[in-house]
Design a protein around this ligand. Structure first.
Ligand SMILES: CSC[C@H]1O[C@@H](n2cnc3c(O)ncnc32)[C@H](O)[C@@H]1O
Ligand code: ZN
Length: 456
């Protein structure tokens, strides 16, 4: 009884006790914690040592807490940091290099030749930094990456102060990162080991796709992922051609092949999933695997439609990703939420198929769950890391505010993001990045544009 009294103190007791010192106290017009679902009006978040301490009505919070740093945002909504469940961050340097093509022509005739010529640690350093600047400015606090030189992606993420899951990539052909399966796996273990004690950057195995990774390396990934207790991130059922080729080569569809290898499990994060039979949806649900839906990339490459409402209806944890900025062509989860919600309605023929709250959950808590990070981030809850985003809602474009969730998903744009915190660090302050030298980045980006443009 006493314990309950202490964890839910009555207001009159609070006013009598001394205020608690915290680093930061943010007073917002609205807070959308995602978990529990709903909108809190005129609430405040107290942050200390990088974590959320409490979420309280603003009047009580002003009495209960004393902060070194107090921020008033009466026209803003505070939401959890957005989580991009599938990126190839450094491909930002290839944005607009090859457009209006289907996946395999885009990859084989344009992207892979460009990568063979240009990918290096320096390319990944600058491309990832460019992507991180774009992501932080648009409210993304965590991304799940699949690209060459994951050690460099990790270094840049720590410097920028953005949470990242770096992909321990495997692909059957030699690249600037590794020559063969043995070297890909050796480097994977090295990168994982180097990040063992990192709280901001973690790892996932990232075999590229069933059509580029043969059974042997996939079996080794399944074993190592269990041993290291990390996710497996793979492109899966992206196009109809992928399915047809698999049936021709292996006699089964890719999901069945992965099932036989033991990869369809709660570790699996399957990206795209535009081609799905009903029994496959049931098998993914039974296996406890997660899906990363990338609606804009699927639309641009005309890959197909992921049946999001069916997946969610079957209980499959479905997150949201942009894919690389060369097939999207941005890293904007605001626009991705809106596209996901609209597309799901169109695909299901049902206007209630994916409501605004579900779209925000996909871009936050579902992403965290898919990456095994839901104990750390994905919602605004006491004890979790203070990964938070302030979005201005008192603009003309989002007025009047009947339902903040509706404004956020159906009307707001990333340009309305003003402040971002990752683990309590204020990485975007009133629209300005605090961890990235934007002018130096612009200059390096222009140099890459010159080089890649000449090659194109
Ligand atoms: C092994 S590093 C990742 C590899 O993936 C390529 N890529 C980018 N977007 C896609 C996509 O939508 N489907 C398949 N592969 C993709 C990227 O260019 C790298 O080579
Ligand atoms: Zn991809």
């Amino acid at each position: 009884m006493l314990g309950r009294f202490h964890s839910h103190p009555a207001p009159e007791i609070l006013y009598l006790s001394a205020p608690m010192n915290v680093e930061t106290l943010i007073h917002a017009g609205w807070v959308i914690p995602v978990e529990p679902e709903g909108v809190l009006e005129r609430h405040s978040i107290a942050v200390d040592a990088g974590r959320i301490v409490a979420i309280r009505p603003t009047d009580s919070a002003r009495a209960e807490y004393r902060a070194e740093n107090e921020i008033d945002l009466p026209g803003h909504v505070l939401i959890p940091g957005l989580i991009n469940a599938h990126t190839h961050a450094a491909m930002s340097l290839m944005r607009g290099l090859a457009d209006d093509l289907p996946l395999m022509e885009w990859l084989k005739s344009h992207i892979w030749p460009a990568e063979a010529r240009w990918v290096s640690p320096e390319f990944v350093r600058d491309g990832s930094q460019l992507a991180m600047a774009e992501m932080l400015r648009s409210g993304t606090t965590c991304f799940n990456d699949m690209y060459f030189f994951p050690d460099e992606v990790a270094r840049q993420a720590k410097q920028a102060g953005i949470r990242a899951v770096v992909g321990l990539i495997i692909i059957d052909f030699p690249t600037a990162w590794a020559e063969n399966a043995d070297e890909y796996l050796h480097k994977a273990l090295e990168v994982h080991d180097g990040l063992r004690n990192d709280t901001l950057v973690t790892t996932a195995f990232a075999p590229h796709a069933p059509y580029t990774v043969s059974d042997g390396p996939l079996e080794r990934v399944a074993t190592y992922a269990e041993e290291l207790d990390i996710p497996v991130h793979i492109h899966l059922h992206e196009t109809a051609d992928e399915i047809n080729d698999s049936v021709q080569q292996f006699g089964v569809r890719p999901i069945e092949r992965l099932e036989r290898i033991g990869l369809v499990s709660p570790r699996l994060l399957a990206v795209h999933m535009t081609q799905l039979e009903q029994d496959e949806i049931e098998r993914i649900a039974a296996g406890g695997a997660h899906v990363a839906h990338c609606p804009e990339s699927n639309l641009k490459l005309a890959s197909g439609f992921c049946p999001t409402a069916k997946l969610l209806g079957a209980g499959i944890n479905t997150a949201l990703g942009t894919d690389g900025p060369a097939s999207n062509n941005d890293l904007d989860l605001f626009s991705e939420m809106r596209t996901a919600a609209l597309l799901a309605k169109g695909v299901a023929g049902d206007a209630s198929a994916l409501p605004a709250a579900a779209a925000l959950r996909m871009a936050t808590l579902n992403g965290a769950r898919a990456l095994g990070l839901d104990g750390v981030t994905g919602s605004l809850e006491p004890g979790k890391a203070a990964d938070m985003v302030a979005v201005r809602l008192d603009d003309i474009e989002t007025s009047p505010v009947y339902h903040p969730l509706s404004q956020l998903v159906y009307a707001a744009g990333r340009d309305q993001v003003t402040d971002v915190w990752v683990a309590g660090r204020h990485v975007l302050r009133d629209g300005e990045l605090t961890t990235i030298d934007v002018e130096a980045l612009r200059a390096r980006t222009a140099e890459w544009r010159k080089k890649l443009g000449e090659f194109d």
